[in-house]
Design a binder for this molecule. Sequence first.
Ligand code: AMP
Length: 508
Amino acid sequence: MNLYTSLPLIARAQRHARRTAIVDGGGSFSYEDLLAASFRVAMALLGGRSDLNEERVAFSLMPGLAWVATQWGIWCAGGIAVPLPYHSARSELEYFMNDSGASTVICDVETSQAISLIAAPRGIRVLLYDHCNAFRQAESANAGSDVTLQRRAMILYTSGTSSRPKGVVTTHANISAQIASLVEAWEWSAEDRTLLCLPLHHVHGIINVVSSALWVGAACRMLPRFEANEVWDRIAEDDLTLFMAVPTIYVKLIAAWDAASEQRRVLLSRECAKLRLMVSGSAALPVSTLERWKEITGHTLLERYGMTEIGMALSNPLRGERLPGSVGKPLPEVDVQLVGEDAKPVAPGSIGEIEVRGPTVFAEYWGEPEVSRIAFRDGWFRTGDTAIVENGSYRILGRTNVDILKTGGHKVSALEIEETLRQHPAIADCAVIGLPDLEWGERVAAAVVLRRDNELTLPSLRTWAKELLAAHKVPSRLIALDALPRNAMGKVAKPSLAALFQTPDGDR
Ligand code: AMP
């Protein structure tokens, strides 16, 4: 077999041949195994051609060897990888396959029926991952194209909580820069062992966990999905060194720890304390969660900030003080600035919108030249997130259009109000939004999840909150829900919350 590629992630893997790369439900696989499996996928895709020339290849596979081999095989063959959410709604998969113009979709036996129903009428070729094994015998063949770093590599769809999902296109150069920045900042090494329990259609799992591990020759155990007790078992038994997750996963791990026997708690806490680094991101980490995690494991979670379009941009330090409620400083190779409404950098200590520049920033939105054009200003990508720098460290105030409420002439951060409301003894979880209002511009509205056997009325919440918040930040609308609507990455779908306040009995 000769898998030809100059792509850094895959070329580097050749150095780690015999080391364990991936552990999944099917077993333990070395870098050599991974390269061989990638070769078979490339051969199956090329079918005698020399280059896919940026054909889009979608894939719907469970996290594991097959997933990574497919991504690498597509890349070696010169295609653009379009990871699909595993087991997603038909309408969503249809949208991704249509929008990306996929020529082929690779799936497993479990998803093949659902995928074929969408692919067949559109003339999209369906390739079963297992069928790539037919190329096992082609040992002496060559596969791989001369793919330059400037070529497009991947399309990841944004979570689309506020608009239609957009296809974020990254080049091989972008992906390499995103990985290299994290490897440097968090000091990944071949001795690391990590666990993937995040879905693989999002930058967090793909870049921060799997690709970073494989860049350095580390081992990555991949779970099909998140399950709190399974994750705790892996922490207890697998000698992990590094773990990354979203805030809701930490909340669920805390609940599972609370529910465990005294003896198991002692074991879990002891083994967890041995990891060298635990990271949180993709949504704001409540300070209460950070504190509780520290109590039970001794770890101060390292919070970082990033997005699909830019990879990671800001991070608390690996060594040195991590500030609760803050996301730290720019990562290596990443330029960050805060700008005001006049598009000029704000004065130190003022609120502004985050703009990011550098090799980690994506190339374009797929098939959206105009949207791509206005997403950038003078070479800077406009993130749409608002932040402030305090004590030299960035604090995220939220999405500019969703979380920065304008009420009675004041600009208010929904995330700040949520952080305060979580301190209320009856509130287990909450989300704050702005509701249009003739008098105030927007009214502060809180959706809360109450702790068991608790009640909360708007007047009592307001009385309590006035002690902690300026009057204009105190919620004037309240609803209680069984759970907040969240997407697969644990982000609250705020636009869908507003409708719940429209019902006449929405307030309590
Ligand atoms: P995604 O592209 O799905 O990763 O979503 C990126 C968005 O998640 C950012 O634009 C932020 O609004 C939000 N986000 C990511 N990390 C954080 C963080 N540490 N704190 C607050 N918001 C975050």
